[in-house]
Ligand binder design. Structure first.
Ligand SMILES: Nc1nc2c(c(=O)[nH]1)N[C@H]1C(S)=C(S)[C@@H](COP(=O)(O)O)O[C@H]1N2
Ligand SMILES: [Mo]
Length: 302
């Protein structure tokens, strides 16, 4: 059983939120009537993955390059110039180079994936992403043997990112994955939400989404991807290694020094209440990823 709702987008699927939700209801109805095989997104959405509103997803953000307030990114991120955009792909790959975004996207199958994003601050939001598997990009540039990790870097543009004037983190924002985590089919490079291009506050034009890890691993507005042998530098571990580890797997049993991770508030589905739910091991994706950590002490490797 898949733990995410997966569909294939066509041009006709570029729908605003209202139509999108209506489509989901129609799908759910069709499934209930036993209409059987319907192509694409007719797979029933797991009932606990009700997407947050577009308003919620785009107005409650963490993107410290534009300020540390939750509403700062929506207010200030419009200054980021996202076109043209290119990504430097280098290190242990057969075809290193500076790739225009159009070339990165060429031949990639854009899918719809509904994932729960769990922030270490104790809230989560269900987001319908559009994107493609990171593995497809890595395959197309040829990962060389000996590469063990993937390092990612966000754009660093002081003239377009007012938050960079404060040294909250050692800019540019950097993150990393072990190669097997990067190649896992759940790991997405997202370019859209609800069938629309990403807004800047959500990490336009292209950002990572790693659904079984805390939100901060899902680095935004990526300009550099490097395949390497050593564990990558990560901005949050650098800022406070007692609070943030390299792995950052969602784990209700390992508390952050300042925040318990046992439960979370679910944001964006109701204007008045954010219901609490129990946080799930690996954010609910254990069936798909637990084997990656067999034999590891996840209390030490947090
Ligand atoms: N470059 C960059 N990427 C980032 C962040 C950031 O501050 N800068 N914040 C992270 C955190 S803490 C979270 S919870 C998610 C939030 O993603 P969203 O705003 O699209 O929901 O983005 C992550 N990616
Ligand atoms: Mo976060």
């Amino acid at each position: 059983m898949t733990r995410f709702w997966k569909g294939k987008l066509t041009e006709n699927d570029v729908t605003p939120e209202a139509i999108y939700l209506n489509r989901r209801q129609i799908m759910a109805g069709a499934a209930g009537l036993g209409l059987g095989a319907i192509a694409g997104p007719a797979l029933a959405a797991p009932s606990d993955l009700t997407p947050a509103s577009y308003e919620g997803i785009t107005h409650y953000n963490n993107y410290y390059e534009f300020g540390t307030g939750k509403e700062d990114p929506a207010r200030y991120a419009h200054t980021l110039v996202t076109s043209p955009w290119s990504i430097q792909i280098g290190g242990m790959v057969d075809k290193p180079g500076t790739y225009a975004l159009e070339d990165v996207l060429k031949g990639k199958q854009i899918e719809e994936r509904i994932y729960r994003l769990r922030c270490v601050e104790g809230w989560s939001m269900v987001i319908p992403w559009n994107g493609f598997q990171l593995s497809a990009l890595l395959d197309s540039v040829g990962v060389q043997s000996g590469a063990k990790y993937v390092a990612f870097q966000t754009a660093e543009r002081p003239d377009q990112m007012p938050g960079l004037s404060r040294r909250v983190l050692d800019w540019p924002y950097r993150e990393g994955l072990r190669l097997d985590e990067a190649m896992n089919p759940l790991t997405l490079l997202a370019t859209g939400i609800y069938g629309k291009d990403l807004l800047n506050q959500n990490g336009a034009p292209i950002r990572l989404v790693v659904p079984w890890k805390y939100g901060f691993k899902s680095i935004k507005s990526i300009v550099r991807i490097t395949l390497q042998e050593e564990e990558p530098f990560t901005s949050w571990k650098d800022q406070n290694y007692r609070e943030y580890g390299f792995y950052s797997n969602v784990n209700p049993k390992v508390s952050h020094p300042r925040w318990s991770q046992a439960t979370e508030r679910v944001l964006g589905t109701n204007r008045l209440i954010a219901p609490r739910r129990d946080t799930e091991m690996f954010n609910g994706y254990g069936e798909e990823v637990a084997s990656l950590y067999a034999g590891m002490d996840l209390g030490k490797n947090y």
